[in-house]
Design a protein around this ligand. Structure first.
Ligand code: ADP
Ligand code: MG
Length: 648
């Protein structure tokens, strides 16, 4: 081996830079954090080509005095900690004094900075760690830092960068996270000269969430705020039905610092357990306020990983905050039908005057399909008529024109009204897009003729009215101005499950003839290890040879199920969950509840179903089945009206 030597300063700098500066996103994270630490309330970030070619961060923070500008770029130079003690109570985002040194080692950097109290500002240029210029100039208060040609002198690192779009996405995520953790700062992000994000800086988390994550996300949120053992957890969490296929929408902040944390993620998921479908994950923006002394943020150069001195306390604080928020704020999901209602008024030329309509209605042409014929698809077979059908779009116009054209109407089996799906085969012009039913209605009904709408009786005060059941699975009821759809199996399963959790198995039934069940070696072992637990929950099971067990009793609600099948299922899960007793019990209750619940397809009387639906809808704890599927959906009258084009 060669002799051991101290590395030259420039190589040491490049190695150190590698730890902090991995890609454009990490540069931006450091620069924006500096701006936040500088007390700015307006920060603008601009990038070109994913940040590889150009980054500019402008803030209106405290700026750097002329005689300290150079120092800021030295490694381990920081204004944020003075002594060892400060290291144990870090309130700023930065503190390692490494970012500016690292960034300037691998790029061309230019800084303009001026504290408000100074008359003149400074311009400093440093490239690849080598100072180029330091001069006094006039500039606005605050700091602007420009980074050009990132990694121009480290081609190896350059190679690891991804395509510009990926780097830009990583930058955007960093900015999202910082924006979400600082609603009091107005953050603007400009990507390739186009605005990509603007937050208002009004201090409200909800407005920041709206800007960053969009309207759809914001609509399904519940606010959370509770303090357990001195740890405050506050922010917004998603309603279980709005959970997503990935964990990407989980943002955690520790004292307003974006972090990743397995403990927090686990606590959240535990709190959502049994309300979220398998493979779906809650979304959240949560800040955890914890005394600075109870957490070490100095375990990772990028400072996104932290160490808690009491993990259990953090877990519990997050768990209870989320659980409480869900208990208080979750409401049943609402059905929003796809928007087929017309967005704007139909174009004027498609409107028909009352006269035109009356003339049309009174026209004594038996062979002419009427408007209703067309709408409901009651046709006359194929024949030549005097009206041209130009597709539904120009339908009324077509009815008053007189050019002959070949039209074919499909003839329905029965004379009952059909949805508007008839085929118009046109020979003259290419077929145009069909317009939805309500648009045709609004065309046919002029304002004078809308009396029909006025005469309908409003019964939206009805407290509860059982409408019926469809597909032997969904109960439909009206409650005030909403229609409710209840999944009878899911709801019943949830109720049984909750009862089991509260009371355990209360009724046990002996089997007329005990059932012997053959199991795998592992399952056999697992069942024998859990005989006590099984007995407590209604299953009296005995060893029967080396590979089988005998089941003598089961919970009373299960006498009619296939005991062998059930026991195999339970045994397999006992193996899966090992010693985790809560999971075992949870699973056992799922199993019992699922098998005891009324099934889709089973028949019940209307009065039974009515009573059941009443019970479900009056109990807000029955919101999801134990697998996380919703048990009931609401369809508001207003949504129906929107669909029918009666309201916007
Ligand atoms: P750290 O943030 O860990 O202190 P940096 O290398 O990021 O280290 O910054 C060094 C110092 O430069 C900071 O401590 C701060 O005093 C100053 N500084 C950096 N960026 C800004 C800024 N945008 N506004 C004001 N001061 C800044
Ligand atoms: Mg910093």
């Amino acid at each position: 081996m060669a002799d051991i030597k101290l590395l030259p300063k420039d190589i040491a700098e490049l190695i150190a830079a590698g730890e902090v500066v991995e890609r454009p996103a990490s540069v931006i994270k450091e620069l924006v954090e500096n701006a936040v630490d500088a007390g700015a309330d307006k920060i603008t970030v601009e990038i070109q080509r994913g940040g590889i070619a150009f980054i500019r961060v402008t803030d209106n923070g405290c700026g750097i005095k002329h005689d300290q500008v150079k120092t800021a770029f030295l490694r381990h130079a920081t204004s944020k900690i003075q002594s060892e003690n400060d290291l144990y109570s870090i309130a700023t985002l930065g503190f390692r004094g490494e970012a500016l040194a690292s960034i300037s080692a691998v790029a061309r950097v230019e800084m303009l900075t001026k504290p408000a109290e100074c008359e003149m500002g400074s311009r400093y240029v440093i490239e690849g760690g080598v100072e180029q210029t330091l001069e006094e100039i006039g500039c606005p208060n605050g700091t602007t830092i420009i980074i050009r040609d990132l990694f121009y002198n480290t081609p190896a690192r350059m190679k690891f960068l991804k395509k510009d779009v990926y780097e830009a996405t990583a930058v955007a995520s960093v900015i999202d996270a910082i924006a979400l953790s600082h609603p009091e700062i107005s953050i603007r992000f400009i990507k390739d000269s186009k605005p990509a994000l603007t937050t208002s800086g009004d201090g409200k988390l909800t407005s920041t969430i709206y800007s960053v994550l969009g309207r759809e996300f914001s609509s399904g949120l519940i606010s959370a705020d509770s303090t357990t053992a001195g740890i405050r957890v506050s922010g917004m969490i998603s309603k279980p039905v709005y959970c997503r296929p990935t964990r990407n929408a989980q943002y955690f902040f520790l004292n307003n610092r974006f972090i990743r944390s397995g403990v927090i993620a686990k606590a959240i998921e535990q709190a959502y357990k049994n309300t979220v479908m398998v493979g779906k994950f809650p979304a959240c923006v949560l800040n955890i306020d914890i005394p600075f002394s109870k957490v070490d943020v100095n375990v990772h150069p990028a400072k996104t990983e932290v160490r808690f001195s009491d993990e259990k306390a953090v877990f519990e604080a997050v768990y209870y905050a989320v659980k409480n928020a869900l208990a208080a704020g979750d409401t049943r999901p609402q059905l929003n039908l796809q928007n087929t209602a017309p967005k704007k008024e139909p174009e004027p030329f498609t409107r028909m005057s009352v006269e035109e309509y009356k003339k049309l209605r009174n026209a004594p042409k038996a062979e002419t399909p009427t408007a209703a014929d067309k709408v409901y698809g009651i046709g006359l077979g194929t024949k030549t008529v005097t009206q041209p059908a130009q597709g539904l779009r120009d339908f009324p116009k077509a009815l008053v024109s007189d050019k002959p054209v070949e039209v074919s109407f499909s003839k329905p089996e029965s004379p009952k009204p059909q949805p508007p799906v008839q085929t118009f085969v046109k020979t003259e012009e290419p077929q145009r897009e069909e317009k939805p039913y309500q648009q045709i209605l609004s065309v046919i009904l002029s304002d004078d003729e809308k009396y029909e709408t006025a005469s309908f009786i409003d019964d939206s005060e009805i407290e509860f009215k059982y409408i019926g059941e469809v597909f032997r699975t969904y109960i439909i009821v009206q409650k005030k101005d909403s229609i409710w759809f209840v999944d009878k199996h899911a709801a019943h399963e949830r109720m049984l499950y909750d009862k089991l959790k509260r009371e355990g198995v209360t009724e046990v039934q002996a089997l007329l003839s005990p059932v012997s069940v053959t199991l795998s070696r592992e399952e056999h072992r697992a069942v024998l290890d859990n005989l006590e637990l099984l007995k407590k929950n209604g299953f009296e099971v005995e060893e029967f040879g080396t590979a089988a067990v005998i089941v003598r009793t089961v919970p009373a609600s299960l006498v009619k199920t296939d005991v062998m099948f059930l026991m195999c299922d339970i045994a397999a899960n006992l193996v899966k969950f090992g010693n985790a007793e809560t999971d075992i019990l949870d699973d056992l209750y799922h199993n019992i509840a699922c098998r005891s619940a009324i099934k889709g397809g089973n028949q019940q009387s209307d009065s039974e179903l009515e009573e059941f639906a009443r019970k479900v809808l009056s109990d807000n704890s029955v919101m999801y089945c134990p697998h996380g599927r919703p048990v009931a959906f609401e369809l508001k009258k207003s949504e129906l009206e929107r669909q029918f084009g009666r309201a916007k």
